[in-house]
Write a protein that binds this ligand. Structure first.
Ligand code: IPD
Ligand code: CA
Ligand code: CA
Ligand code: CA
Length: 275
């Protein structure tokens, strides 16, 4: 795909994210219709669905032959079909729990892949007006300013980010806690959770934190943000220290390879069914 075509697709992704962002802004302080999905801590609102519909309609209109994977149009617990074909990967609201509570860390995520490789990504927080974007080989940007990941190489001087996730089955939660404990006793300077996997990744891209890991996420949570981290000269890996696997439901991101590898080395693995 030519650079011009990639630019066109990036512009479309930005436009879609901004329009969906307007829906989020107008709804965040109002009463919401909330439903649960796989458990009482896995939420969805009518705004998640409306944002996804808006984005999908706009993309289909211009690129009817592209494939689309969207969180809210994916049947629960079904397999995701990420093929070699041009594919849009959409999370209409990353941070639905935050949205429900009016906590201002929510983002529209739109990624685009070919041959299972992400070519561009947009992550937009309409509440704090932060638009992150990147395309392959073009650097990463926040509101038009180039961003760079941190240079930190010492885990004991690092600020990390991770999440508890919405799956609170006791056995699983024990391992999540074990991982938090490992890094807190290392000791890193601290561990933060924003409640948005994509914004966590973007904080790594921006150099506001040094390392991030999460298990249990889905392809729409980290497709768009993974290229933003890479284009900010950060590192994105699978927890096994190998290349990131978009369907493996886990990711490690860091400013430097050293921190990324040290995170991998210290993690207790959590097995979630692949997307
Ligand atoms: C969730 C958020 C959260 C992460 C969960 C995701 P959603 O996405 O990214 O930070 O811990 O694993 O499912 O459901 O709000 O789009
Ligand atoms: Ca969700
Ligand atoms: Ca998400
Ligand atoms: Ca979502």
């Amino acid at each position: 795909m030519s650079q011009e075509n990639l630019d066109e697709l990036l512009n479309l992704a930005v436009q879609c994210a901004k329009e969906a962002g307007k829906l989020i802004v107008s709804a965040i302080n109002k009463e919401k219709k909330i439903q649960t999905k796989t458990s009482s801590t896995d939420l969805v609102t009518e705004t998640d669905k409306a944002c996804e519909e808006l984005i999908v309609t706009k993309i289909k209109d211009l690129y009817p032959d592209h494939d689309i994977i969207g969180e809210e149009s994916t049947v629960l617990n079904s397999k995701v079909h990420l093929t070699s074909r041009p594919t849009w990967i959409i999370d209409p609201i990353d941070g639905t729990t935050n949205f429900v509570h009016g906590f201002p860390y929510v983002a529209v995520c739109i990624g685009f892949s070919i041959k299972q490789k992400v070519k561009l990504g947009v992550v937009y927080n309409p509440i704090l007006n932060r638009l992150y974007y990147a395309k392959e080989g073009g650097g990463a940007f926040l509101n038009s300013q180039r961003i760079e990941a941190s240079q930190c190489t010492d885990l004991t001087k690092s600020l990390l980010i991770s999440e508890w996730g919405s799956n609170r089955k006791p056995e699983r939660l024990k391992k999540v806690q074990e991982n938090f404990n490992n890094f807190l006793t290392c000791p890193c300077h601290g561990i933060r959770s924003t409640g948005s996997a994509a914004l966590n990744m973007c904080l790594i891209a921006e150099g506001r934190a040094d390392g991030n890991y999460e298990f249990g996420i889905h392809v729409w949570d980290y497709a768009a943000s993974s290229i933003i981290v890479e284009e900010a000269n950060g590192v994105v890996l699978d927890v096994t220290s190998g290349s990131v696997d978009l369907l493996a439901r886990r990711v490690v991101a860091a400013g430097t390879k050293k921190i990324a590898l040290e995170i991998c080395a210290n993690l207790v693995e959590i097995q979630d069914e692949r997307d």
